[in-house]
Design a protein around this ligand. Sequence first.
Ligand SMILES: [Fe+2]
Length: 277
Amino acid sequence: MLSSLKKDGAIIVKDVVDEDFIKSLREETDPYMELSRTGQDKFSGQYTTRTGGLVSRSSKCRKLIQNKLVLDMCDGLLLEHCGRYQLHLTQIIRVKPKETKQLIHKDKWAWGNDLNHLEPQLNTIWALDEFTKLNGATRIAPGSSNWDDKREISEEEIVQAEMQSGSVLIYTGSVFHGAGSNKTTEDRVGLNITYTLGWLRQEENQYLSTPPDIAKNLDPGLLKLIGYSMANYSLGYYTPPGKPGELPEVVPPQYAVGLKESPSFSYVNYEKEDGED
Ligand SMILES: [Fe+2]
């Protein structure tokens, strides 16, 4: 699967979660989705709603973030360029009737056009409805990961990611793609969960969407993915606010959620010496 992902830029894995799982996830997230506003421009979609912050809002989404199959793919794709990858964004995307097709793009353009020399991102779209050609299944140009940013993409080069609910489309940050138009009278709902290199800025600010008071109750593995862990030797430390000498000076981010184990690097060491108060 990894070699197909690298070659084509996208794969579909069928029937990964069952209908009961999808139903529970929808029960958690539909109340937020129903009140989400449509986009304000053509790219975000004037008949499309986007609903984020799903680490805090949905236990089922938390499970999908840590799906082993997906994380194995992240290992294979992203660890070539970083010591640790991280969650990039979580977003329910609802394409409503009348939505027109989205501009074909590469997701890595979120950082501009400076990352053409490497693959910075792995993306998933979990089908929470059946994805069909008519309701806006994602349009992909297979094999386009290395195509020039300015290349014109013809309709003949595009296929649509038709799949049943519970299946997942996995695609790179470099492959040309875009949401399809919805020509039906029903919504088409997908869950976008994406991952990126640990040293890049996250698209969805996970520290603000899931602040320490909420994050402290989460699974330690998920905390690492969110970003409550160091990336590389020195990326991500902080200094807790306090009076002089009251709190340690330089600590890794997991200190904010009460995790005390020593990190595997020496740049920050917040354990106080014996005898120190
Ligand atoms: Fe995209």
